[in-house]
Design a protein around this ligand. Structure first.
Ligand code: SF4
Length: 293
């Protein structure tokens, strides 16, 4: 074992991007299997069966789960016991995402917002997206990637509410966003919801909500109840897998929240598709790397 290095971070950033594109987290696969077993609609069951076959084929033949390899979004948590240079970690993530795209190789989707020129390397100004967190109790570098395809990301929405609008309005906004999305985000996936903070923070909260395992609930009982209520309401819409009808429009609703201003109540919805890809690596000081989800 060679010990920690920024070269190792680059290799890990490359590896988890490729892993995420090929192996869905077990919690997502289990949720899709459960949806398949409990679907009452025949067409929906057939679509879920095809999705499950797709997952098996990707795993068995080492293929990508979907042609949309997405934009790389890294969620990084640095422990206090893991002294490291953040700028060099950022540079390593950039190189790792680029190398994954060029060396695998797979389609790069990053594009200049005006010229629409695509460098075919998944990076560019502002990419990869990196969200930083710090953990006083940890002595590791925890890196999670969520490759984000456009079908689902395009259906995301944000709105600034005021407290007088009430909780009902927040729920309605989430539900309306899902209904307006129809089959575009390749359902059933995860509906990530951010509540609170500011206009910028609320979007990050919604993204972080997608990083949670399906089956997890918010530790705040009120928010956990809201997750459950929204999931029931969303699955009651009948949109179904791929928008063709059925009982399963979402596998989960995850809410992440933050305190906000007394006269604000922002809400963001970040939609995730059935290919709810995520891959994690925990790097130790001695160079050991633990891979997971
Ligand atoms: S929304 Fe997801 S499943 Fe659909 S094309 Fe994009 S990455 Fe693939």
């Amino acid at each position: 074992m060679g010990g920690f290095s920024y070269q190792l971070v680059e290799e890990v950033a490359k590896e988890i991007y490729i892993r995420a594109l090929k192996q869905l987290p077990p919690d997502v696969v289990t949720a899709l299997q459960h949806a398949h077993n409990s679907e009452s609609d025949e067409t929906a069951r057939g679509i879920l069966q095809t999705i499950l076959q797709n997952i098996d084929i990707a795993r068995d033949r080492n293929l990508l789960l979907c042609q949309d390899t997405g934009l790389p979004v890294y969620l990084v948590k640095i422990g206090s016991g893991f002294a490291a240079d953040g700028a060099r970690i950022a540079a390593a993530l950039h190189s790792g995402a680029k190398r994954a795209t060029l060396e695998h190789p797979f389609r790069g989707s990053s594009t200049h917002p005006l010229t629409r020129v695509n460098p075919q390397n998944s990076v560019g100004r502002g990419l990869p997206v990196i969200h930083w967190e710090f953990d006083q109790d940890a002595d590791t570098l925890d890196i999670l990637i969520i490759p984000k395809g456009s079908g689902s990301e395009n259906m995301s929405a944000m709105k600034m509410f005021i407290p007088a609008d009430g909780v009902k309005a927040l729920k309605k906004f989430v539900l309306d966003t899902v209904v307006d999305s129809g089959g575009n985000p390749c359902p059933p996936g995860i509906i990530g919801v951010g509540i609170g903070g500011t206009a910028d923070l609320v979007g990050v909260l919604a993204k972080k909500a997608l990083a949670r395992a399906v089956g997890s609930t918010n530790p705040d009982p009120q928010l956990a109840q809201m997750e459950n209520d929204l999931l029931l309401a969303i699955n009651g819409t009948g949109i179904g897998p791929m928008g063709l009808g059925g009982d399963t429009t979402a596998l989960a609703v995850h809410i992440e929240s933050a305190y906000t201003h007394m006269t604000l109540n922002p809400v963001a919805v970040n939609t995730q598709c059935w290919a709810a890809r995520r891959s994690r690596a925990v790097i130790h000081r001695n160079g050991q790397v633990d891979y997971g989800y």
